[in-house]
Design a protein around this ligand. Structure first.
Ligand code: NAD
Ligand code: ZN
Length: 367
């Protein structure tokens, strides 16, 4: 087992990464002196594959779990679901000592974290992420949120977990499409912060996607990603500076998601498209070498470029980058790679540059 410590003063916590960790979850929770009663927030698919070992481990360690299942899926990450779950906490008469265990992907983590942040003005919570997205990204950093009908993730709070337990065994049941979409965030981390991780992905991508990688290598890879995310979060807990680097590929990716009403692409798939587009933008600015750019694009192609981006009107993508929070004075702020493993936040990107990058994406990767 590998442990990555997030140093955030009194909000510090450990992220444990390994295989077979669910069996010891109860012991780790007991070591933190968490209250006896725990509400497990879980979606239906994850309940089927992971709930039994979690409950068994918690009960063996003396905890009394209440299970709060909900349907799952991004539309369920809503105020309505949060209200329903909060109602179930109240009905179960959970007090301030109780804690929330979020068992699932990013939807469960964001929702579970959100209700933990607001229930009785905040109770403890523990994350047990079960998708790649949640293991390498959503479970680390304390951002919790629900969607509002006027926009995604608009209502939320920073609420750090007390512990994150990442059991890589649970990924075995993850559908391939989710797996690949999650790996987009892994490529992102490698591109912005870790040239060695990038090389590892070049060597092992197919084995990874086909779930043939040795357990220890998978653990290493997930732990590397947690460490990258943790490092960025430590330097900028509330996202005022360095954390922006994590938006690599995301401004154009988000615009593509929005332009397709969040229906066509998984978030990670849109990020693959976003990274391909900003790679072109960076190349046009002379930001990085042709060989690094070529390796970057080649890895993404091997991961799988989702089809259909040429069908979207370029304008509707470009316009949507305008509403991005990262816009300053009519110009856009984007994250660009300088080389594989190093990126920078760049201000003053003109809309014409974004348009050229989107057009390039559509011409080269459109079908
Ligand atoms: N808080 C953050 O910092 C942060 C960061 C990134 C993403 N997010 C949020 O995360 C969400 C996306 O997360 P996601 O991609 O994990 O989606 P998700 O939680 O919807 O999970 C994807 C699908 O996989 C299923 N699933 C989960 N684990 C499984 C397993 N082990 N085996 C089989 N099926 C499994 C789920 O039931 C779901 O159908 C978005 O709402 C996004 O906003 C938050
Ligand atoms: Zn993302």
């Amino acid at each position: 087992m590998r442990t990555i410590r997030l140093n955030l003063a009194e909000r510090s916590y450990d992220v444990q990464v390994g295989h077979g960790l669910l069996a010891n979850l109860g012991d780790h929770a007991r070591a933190l002196a968490l209250g006896r009663r725990v509400a497990i927030v879980v979606d239906q698919a994850v309940a089927d594959s992971c709930l039994d070992p979690v409950c068994t481990s918690l009960q063996a360690a003396g905890f009394s779990p209440v299970v709060l299942p909900f349907e799952g899926g991004d539309p369920a990450k809503s105020m309505a679901t949060a209200e329903d779950l909060l109602g179930r906490l109240i009905e179960a008469e959970l007090d301030r000592r109780a804690w929330v265990l979020a068992l699932g992907g990013g939807v469960v983590g964001d929702l579970g974290g959100f209700i933990a942040a607001v229930y009785l003005r905040g109770i403890d919570f523990v994350q047990v992420p079960t998708t790649i997205v949640a293991q390498v990204d959503a479970s680390v950093g304390g951002k919790t949120a629900v969607n509002h009908r006027l926009g995604k993730n608009l209502v939320g709070a920073f609420h750090q977990p007390r512990l994150v337990v990442i059991d890589t065994d649970v990924l075995r049941t993850l559908p391939r499409r989710e797996f690949v979409a999650g790996l987009a965030e892994v490529v992102k981390h490698a591109a912005i912060a870790d040239g060695d991780l990038f090389t590892f992905l070049e060597e092992h991508l197919e084995a990874l996607v086909e779930q043939r990688l040795a357990a220890d290598q998978l653990d290493w890879m997930i732990a590397r990603n947690v460490a990258i995310k943790a490092g960025v979060v430590e330097s900028d807990e509330r996202e005022s500076g360095a954390r922006a680097l994590l938006n690599y590929g995301h401004t154009i990716g988000h615009a593509i998601e929005a332009a397709t009403a969040y229906e066509r692409y998984r978030h990670g798939e849109a990020v693959i498209l976003g990274m391909l587009a900003v790679a072109e933008l960076g190349a046009r600015r002379g930001f990085w070498s042709a060989s690094d750019r070529q390796r970057h694009d080649a890895l993404l192609v091997r991961l799988g470029v989702p089809a259909g981006v040429a069908d979207i009107a370029a304008d509707s993508i470009v316009q949507r980058t305008r509403s991005d929070k990262k816009r300053v004075d009519g110009h856009l702020r984007l994250v660009l790679c300088r080389r594989l493993g190093e990126a920078a936040v760049v201000d003053g990107i003109a809309e014409s540059e974004v348009r050229a990058a989107v057009t390039h994406l559509q011409e080269h990767y459109g079908r």
